[in-house]
Design a protein. Structure first.
Length: 233
């Protein structure tokens, strides 16, 4: 809808510019006689009104390209145009003032109808665009509130710290774990279980064996002492 409103504003600017130039040329008698129009008296009032229309045309043209001015200027220009068209038809048809010839009355009535159609279309489009922008702004506000609420909930959630092994699932953590040397594997020795029948009783050593062992030790010590030379002082 907004592009269509821009087009209407552009057409409205051209219309206002044409009327503004026509009123600025109020002192040009030959032009008004050729168009069978009534000149504004005094001419200064017509020229001043023409300058106002040209300024309004520039504002309307600027609003056609500036998105911030499209809706308010389009709505204002639309209401001004249809009100001006109604006034022209009332004065030309009902009051028959000023008295114009056939061509003047036809052109004046056509201009009045054109202003009414252009004004109503611009006003309705501006209202529709304004409602749509309000709905979009309300939807954006709701989304922003939802985003702020979700962010607040995330901030309020308890913080869970990761365990030391949280790096293992990651690629670089797995590479670090792969570089570490593998721990040596200790062999498992199975101890055989002894049954009571396999355990044999140990017999105590006899006294004769102990005496013979002591005798061998004594003989070995004597032989070692005999082999040493005597000390000479």
């Amino acid at each position: 809808m907004k592009p269509l409103l821009r087009v209407l504003l552009f057409v409205d600017a051209l219309t206002l510019l044409g009327f503004g130039v026509l009123f600025v040329l109020t002192p040009w008698t030959l032009l008004y006689n050729a168009l069978q129009l009534v000149q504004t008296q005094p001419a200064l009032v017509g020229q001043a009104f023409g300058v106002v229309l040209i300024g309004f045309a520039w504002l309307t043209l600027h609003a056609a390209f500036n998105g911030a001015l499209t809706v308010p200027v389009g709505r204002t220009a639309g209401h001004v145009n249809w009100i001006a068209g109604v006034l022209m038809l009332v004065w030309l048809i009902a009051l028959r003032t000023p008295r114009l010839t056939g061509l003047g009355q036809l052109s004046g009535g056509a201009v009045g109808v054109w202003l009414i159609v252009l004004g109503l279309a611009g006003a309705r489009l501006a209202g529709a665009v304004r409602k749509r922008e309000k709905a979009q702004a309300a939807g954006g506000t709701v989304q922003q509130r939802g985003a702020r609420k979700a962010a607040k909930e995330r901030r309020d959630e308890p913080v869970e710290y990761a365990k030391p092994g949280f790096l293992r699932p990651m690629p670089w953590g797995g590479a670090r774990e792969a570089q570490r040397p593998a721990a040596p594997v200790e062999p498992v020795v199975e101890v055989p279980t002894l049954t009571p029948a396999a355990v044999a009783p140990v017999a105590p050593a006899s006294p004769s064996a102990a005496q013979s062992e002591e005798a061998r030790r004594a003989a070995r010590d004597e032989a070692a002492d005999a082999s040493r030379p005597p000390l000479r002082g």
